[in-house]
Structures are given as C-alpha cells and as structure tokens.
Design a protein around this ligand. Sequence first.
Ligand code: SF4
Length: 81
Amino acid sequence: MYACNYCMPCKNGVDIPLNFSLLNDVYIYQNMGKPSGNYSFLSAKKMSASFCDECGECEEKCTQNIPIRKYLKETRETFEK
Ligand code: SF4
C-alpha cells in the first residue's frame, strides 16, 4: 500500500498511513506483538482506526482509490478483537 499521505489530514486525527503500516506488519511478520504495542500507542494518542467515523473525506482525496474506510475497519478489527 502507498504512503503518499494525500489522504491526510483526517479531521478526527486518525493517522491513516500509520494504521495501514501496522496492519501490513501483521500480515508480513505474522506476529501481533510489536504492531499491537504500536497500535495501543496510536490509540492513546487518539490517532488509531477506532477514531474513524467513516465520513469518507480521505477517500475523496486518495488518488489510488484505496477503500480507506474498509481497511481502517479491518485494522480496528485486527487490533481490537
Ligand atoms: S473516513 Fe475516517 S479516516 Fe477518513 S477522513 Fe473520515 S474520519 Fe478520517
């Protein structure tokens, strides 16, 4: 996934590229340990996927047509299950 940052900033403070990076880490390394700790840090800073209200503004800015809301939901479900 790209990290061009065109989707940023999010009005709710969600760090979209960082959330996606953590989700990627889980798939690449098949290990929740470190990504999970980093996600907790993002949550404490109110920058995690759980602060997305699915407004869709970021998807309008995305030049790659990435379904950001869908992947943020997946991120949330991965780290908050
Ligand atoms: S859909 Fe979620 S991440 Fe995207 S701008 Fe809206 S609140 Fe932010």
